[in-house]
Write a protein that binds this ligand. Structure first.
Ligand SMILES: Cc1cc2nc3c(=O)[nH]c(=O)nc-3n(C[C@H](O)[C@H](O)[C@H](O)COP(=O)(O)OP(=O)(O)OC[C@H]3O[C@@H](n4cnc5c(N)ncnc54)[C@H](O)[C@@H]3O)c2cc1C
Length: 440
């Protein structure tokens, strides 16, 4: 028995040194937080709470436009596989508060009639069409100053609610030229590179070096790479195994070989373990955004039109926020965009523009299911960046920028995408633990 357990320890050490997990130790790059403490926080505290919260009506319906034209290239090959399709949620199956026709929807004209009965307060609200257009443009401009994402236009007839629980992120079979073009464009055209660095060729595994890049630019790359890791972990974790006999059934489950192909030190030319570590960086950024915006979320109603459900969700969110706020080794956003004021401001603008571009690229994804989750996760990350870098604080009286009168606000879609995006990262870290066990 002694020899057996020694062998087991030896095998485990070998896996940790050479396998997928060799970098998952020590501190997360550019942060003072240990990988181990994130594993423990996430797997025991955050993951179970988020899992339950994200199944509630407020968080499970996401409004999205999957029909926007790709602004960068035209020949995107549409994935025709069954697993790429998204089921749209019919209006009658939505919670009351989200139905267009419902009097419980606090945004419909009917539900606002109560406030308009008083003649003395009459305002002539007619405005010319040109003025309306101008107002719309101003609002878009104002919004663009504070958001890091190109948001879908809420008035478009193509905006549809999707039930995220019925359309889980998992293996779809989307591979080849189309996703490679997306990742290539993201890393080569939208991540930052040192001037002397050659073009990154993701397929040829050319090294993407962070040497010579400032903290902000390193953070940008790590966040994107962490997102890429998370997407790929999900497809390995919820993989579709074909039926093995004529009468057998296909089965969903974790595919260890696929995980190793992507993240094992030897099989990925030494780069997979670092990609796994980047996931922890992305996690820390979104964790910090949720902690920072806690005072805002503590005041949020999480309205769906069902009082009991809304109260439960508020309670669940408060419970999660308590855990998140108590975590001591948070990402420190105050170290970014400091130094020379003019240069820091210009860098922030550049950072925001690059990120907005990545949100536009999501409309070029050629598989609807991947596009849905890609858009949601990029929007969620954009919301985290807005929280970390746009406001002067997060209390109910906070404003968008110091000196501005505009109150800091998040739209429902931003809250839904942030919590779900964080939920994806949380699930990925949890899945790593499962793969670790499978490898033992
Ligand atoms: C937005 C988006 C969403 C997607 N969603 C899904 C989905 O839900 N289900 C599904 O089955 N497929 C999805 N895909 C496809 C999936 O991500 C892969 O592109 C596909 O499985 C092909 O994998 P690959 O091995 O060729 O490498 P890819 O993942 O396509 O990567 C291309 C190259 O990038 C480099 N690379 C890989 N990982 C990282 C990293 N973490 N950081 C830095 N560089 C890296 C490597 O050099 C690799 O060769 C999605 C693709 C995109 C663009």
């Amino acid at each position: 028995v002694g020899n057996k357990s020694k062998l087991k320890v030896k095998k485990e050490n070998l896996l940790n040194e050479n396998g997928c997990f060799c970098k998952l130790q020590g501190e997360v790059d550019d942060c003072s937080c240990k990988v181990k403490s994130i594993d423990s926080l996430n797997n025991h505290m955050v993951y179970p709470r988020l899992k339950s919260l994200l199944s509630r009506n407020y968080f499970r319906y996401f409004k999205v436009n999957l029909n926007k034209v790709c602004p960068f290239w035209s020949d995107d090959s549409k994935c025709a596989m069954r697993n790429c399709a998204v089921n749209i949620c019919p209006e009658d199956q939505l919670p009351d508060g989200l139905k267009k026709t419902s009097t419980k929807n606090k945004y419909t004209e009917e539900s606002q009639e109560d406030c308009q009965g008083d003649d003395l307060g009459y305002l002539n609200t007619t405005i010319s069409q040109e003025s309306e257009q101008a107002f719309e443009n101003w609002t878009k401009y104002d919004d663009a100053q504070e958001t890091f994402c190109e948001m879908d236009d809420d008035t478009s007839p193509h905006m549809k609610y999707v039930d995220l629980l019925l359309n889980p992120e998992r293996y779809t079979g989307y591979k080849g030229i189309s996703p490679h073009r997306i990742w290539n464009s993201i890393y080569n055209e939208n991540c930052f590179k040192a001037p002397e660095q050659p073009a990154y060729n993701p397929q040829a595994l050319t090294d993407y070096t962070l040497e010579g890049l400032c903290l902000e630019k390193r953070a940008f790359y790590r966040m994107i790479s962490g997102l890429h890791t998370s997407i790929n972990i999900h497809l390995c974790h919820q993989y579709l195994f074909p039926a093995t006999t004529c009468y057998g059934k296909e089965e969903w489950g974790p595919n260890l070989d696929e995980f190793q192909r992507r993240f094992d030190h030897t099989q990925s030319n030494g780069r997979g373990p670092q990609w796994l570590k980047n996931l922890y960086f992305t996690y820390l950024v979104e964790l910090r955004a949720i902690a920072k915006a806690a005072p805002y979320f503590e005041e949020e109603g999480f309205f769906t039109g069902n009082d009991e459900e809304d109260m439960d969700v508020r309670q669940g969110v408060k419970d999660l926020l308590k855990v998140v706020k108590e975590f001591p080794n948070q990402f420190d956003e105050s170290k970014l965009f400091i130094g020379n004021k003019k240069e820091a401001k210009a860098l922030k603008v550049e950072f925001r523009e690059h990120f907005r571009n990545i949100s536009r690229i999501m409309d070029c994804v050629g598989c609807d299911k991947c596009k849905l989750w890609g858009k949601l996760q990029v929007q969620g990350m954009g919301t985290a960046l807005k929280i970390l870098f746009s406001g002067d604080g997060m209390g109910p009286m906070s404003t968008v920028n110091a000196g501005s009168k505009k109150k800091f606000q998040l739209r429902r879609t931003e809250i839904v995408s942030l919590f779900n995006a964080f939920g994806r990262l949380s699930m990925s870290i949890h899945a790593i633990e499962e793969f670790r066990k499978l490898l033992r």
